[in-house]
Design a protein around this ligand. Sequence first.
Ligand code: SAH
Ligand code: SF4
Length: 448
Amino acid sequence: MMSAPGPPLSTFHIRTFGCQMNEHDSEHIAGVLASAGYTPCGEAEAADILIFNTCCVRQGAEDRVWSNLAAIGAKDGSARVVAVCGCMARKHGVEVLRRTGAVRLVFGPESVERLPGLIETCLAKRTSDLGDIEDDRIDRLPALRRSASAAWVPVSHGCDNDCAYCVVPSVRGRQRSRPFREILAEVTGLARDGVIEVTLLGQNVNTYGSDIEGEAGFARLLGCVADVPGIRRVKFETSHPGDMGDDILQAMASHPALCEYLHLPVQSGSDRVLDAMGRGYGKEFIIELAARARQLVPGVTLSTDLIVGFPGETESDFEQTLEVLRTVEFDSAYTFIYSPREGTAAYGIPDDVPAERKKERLTRLVRLQNEITRAALGKVVGSDVEVLVEGPGRKPDQVIGRTRGHQVVVLAGGGIPPGTLVRAAVTGSGAHSVRATVREVLYRREVS
Ligand code: SAH
Ligand code: SF4
């Protein structure tokens, strides 16, 4: 094999787009590269190897990557190896190499194990290695995690639903649950290393185990993870409302380590649109489920995802969505404009809501949700919350963390190390966060 001229490659930088599953895949990519002797580099421009871990759930996410790649191609002195992985690599494959001059390597999550060798190979010849879509050995590779106290742990990969708008099943495959024991062993190992919070990840965690004969379901998994000694907080995403059983809500209510936080993407409040989306539930179901969650899990914080402008969405459909928001009062929402994705069922339906109308609906949706979020945060003022510190705030005398309900907290007083768990008194609230002061340190990481 020919090797490229110049000093050996030594540093890498990963830019991650999209969901937490991608963020976590990036931790494994970093872990494999670090084990092979490469060093992480904070600045993309200074790194020898620049990796784009990409998302294709909406066109906007793809466009950002394409324009980044084009900008690199136009610049001198950029990284010697530019690589693309993640969902765009899966979707476009070798086409990524054809469309961009800068990219030398395209790889899938299944090829991460081979990455050091692929980097060598691509120096001599532009390379594509996507592997098998349903091979999940990435879970067992080393990881360089974002935090020493909080960790993501996948419980399943892929998705068995066929939501009409969604490209995930075609780029991530059908659902594959990880063996129960493997997940528990990973969480136990993390706890031994000082991790106190885990977030269990899956496209639809509620159906965990349904693809393995005799495997326990998600509620039982939650209980076992919550019982791992040392684990103080367990969160999970994403829950499909249609598969959300009361057993999960009951588990949340009965295990102290299970956080009072539920991300329930409802997508729309119109029965007609929900039906066209293939979501398998309607408006009344959403309202009842949210009420049941609040009743069974006192103090639960609810968040959601919403799409505006799905094909055929009328003004009256959209108003149904606003009505659901007013009724349920989700604590927060991620809001999206419908983006047609090739290969999905909805791609064949004319994208008939004009762009201006989509934007206008998004603005109204965001305005309403902002009011609801602000009011919900206002209600926390005067109470005590448990906060896991994540890092520095905007000002030197502040740090940022999250409550058990996943709300962002700006804590007065700098210098509290990330990974510290505190009880804090909430003194004020804003549009997207609350302000608090520390009352008591509950857990502090030992510095070794
Ligand atoms: N498995 C998760 C996440 C899927 S992608 C779930 O089912 O909730 C995250 C969010 O992106 C979705 O909840 C949806 O709101 C949004 N989304 C997915 N496909 C989209 C599309 N084609 N256009 C706009 N938003 C989309
Ligand atoms: Fe996509 Fe629906 Fe699966 Fe979520 S549940 S990943 S939206 S197909």
